[in-house]
Design a protein around this ligand. Structure first.
Ligand SMILES: [Zn+2]
Ligand SMILES: [Zn+2]
Length: 383
């Protein structure tokens, strides 16, 4: 009898999906909950991971400013150093760098010697604006799969940064403003940090980005000097200037002041040729804060996990691929929190459709550059 009971206990998953999101029964906490809960561990400050309303939060000290920004002044947020161990019931919990945005973390959970790791969002390319991903050995790895199709392979980000710089310089020659659309949290700061090896010139920001850029500066991230677009005089000459704006700002009256201009977009979605999103811009730069296909496979191998659960995006393609290689893999279905453009499909054609759906979602949710849209822009910070 005892053995039977013990067997049942041993088979219990350390993390289970619930309507509120990922839940750890042994430690009685949720990870990135979609609805208010008692204890929430937050992997990073993007809007689909850090949501207000829970009683208590735990996140990295490095990402504290971003969490405060997302969760509000009254939220009770506990700071954890990377690697610091927290005991919740029977569970030892620690956060480890995910390389996604400032302060982003994987969550490592250990109960009776069994280790599960929840990746959160992550990437493996170098990024001067956040700590690099640190692979964690584990029995079960819960991985994101936003870009889990073989078509997604990112170029060297330093080469992409050079392309952005060259485009900006060409805009000077052509006498036009260079407006680069990129997500306000993570991508904008990464670009400002990447460009620093090429220039010290001032970059102008959409108002939705200024507080987030300041939070990165406060955390010690070295970036190009910035000023706000609206701080400039009416007759300011925008020719040859680089302006960073959220994707939703293009196609709004806000951009009129920059004309003539060239509009670029930096995103992993730029990897999908012929997508509506790509066509809406003069230049596309492939720069993503999520793992590409080779990085997903490499990371899964490095964890040594015998079992892999895939969430967000192209879970089916990744699960099929892993099963063919003898890994016990399954999609982890959550009821909430799917990212825009996240359709499960195993074909490149479906990836195009997914990207287009994401682009359309984005446009319809960001019709103007108003303050309201700053929030919806943050909510669509997945690229
Ligand atoms: Zn994210
Ligand atoms: Zn995400």
């Amino acid at each position: 009898m005892w053995d039977v009971a013990r067997g049942l206990v041993e088979q219990m998953d350390l993390i289970v999906p619930t309507p509120q999101g990922l839940y750890c029964p042994a430690g009685d906490f949720h990870i990135d909950p979609a609805a208010p809960v008692a204890r929430a561990i937050i992997t990073h400050g993007h809007g689909d991971h850090a949501r207000p309303g829970s009683r208590e939060y735990w996140g990295t000290d490095v990402g504290f400013g971003l969490l405060r920004e997302r969760l509000g002044i009254s939220a009770k947020i506990h700071k954890l150093r990377y690697g610091e161990i927290l005991q919740f019931g029977a569970a030892k919990v620690s956060l480890h760098p995910a390389g996604h945005v400032l302060g982003s973390a994987q969550v490592r959970i250990e109960v009776d010697g069994e280790v599960w790791v929840v990746s959160g969002d992550y990437k493996r390319e170098p990024d001067p604006s956040c700590a690099p991903f640190e692979p964690q050995k584990c029995d079960v790895f819960i991985t994101e799969s936003t870009f889990a199709l073989p078509v997604y392979r990112w170029p060297d980000p330093s080469i992409v940064a050079r392309e952005i710089f060259d485009w900006w310089q060409q805009c000077k020659v052509d006498g036009v403003c260079a407006m680069l659309c990129c997500y306000s949290l993570g991508k904008a700061q990464r670009i400002l940090a990447e460009l620093k090896i090429h220039t010290d010139e001032m970059v102008y920001l959409h108002g939705a980005m200024t507080r987030l850029v300041k939070l990165y500066r406060d955390a010690g991230v070295l970036m190009l000097p910035t000023d706000v677009v609206t701080n400039q005089p009416k007759n300011f000459d925008w020719k040859g200037r680089l302006v960073l704006a959220p994707p939703g700002a293009s196609g709004t009256p806000w951009v009129k002041r920059f004309r003539p201009l060239s509009i670029g977009f930096a995103s992993g979605w730029m990897r999908v040729r012929g997508s509506r999103r790509r066509q809406a811009y003069d230049r596309g730069f492939v720069l993503s804060d999520h793992a590409d296909w080779p990085s997903l496979l490499r990371t899964i191998e490095e964890t040594g996990a015998k079992r892999v659960l895939a969430m967000h995006g192209h879970t089916d393609a990744l699960v099929l691929h892993l099963r063919e290689r003898g890994i016990d893999a399954a999609p982890l279905e959550l009821h909430h929190g799917a990212s825009p453009g996240a359709l499960n499909a195993a074909t490149e054609a479906a990836a195009e459709i997914a990207a287009e759906a994401g682009a359309l979602d984005h446009m319809s949710n960001n019709a103007s550059g108003s303050t309201m849209d700053q929030h919806s822009e943050l909510d669509f910070s997945e690229d």
